[in-house]
Design a protein. Structure first.
Length: 56
């Protein structure tokens, strides 16, 4: 009986962890990851388009 209760509590806590980790992932880790991955591409585009826009 005690094992069953302990296992049920562990399963409930495991199910709640996914929800608790969702918001830090969305608001902290994903934007940082996008910045790291897309930052160099934006810098390259900026370097290519800046001379074109200034008319040189």
């Amino acid at each position: 009986m005690l094992r069953t209760k302990r296992r049920m509590r562990a399963e409930e806590q495991a199910a709640k962890i996914a929800l608790k980790l969702l918001f830090p992932l969305i608001f902290m880790i994903f934007p940082t990851l996008l910045l790291v991955l897309l930052g160099p591409a934006f810098i390259q585009i900026y370097r290519v388009l800046l001379p074109t826009m200034s008319g040189q």
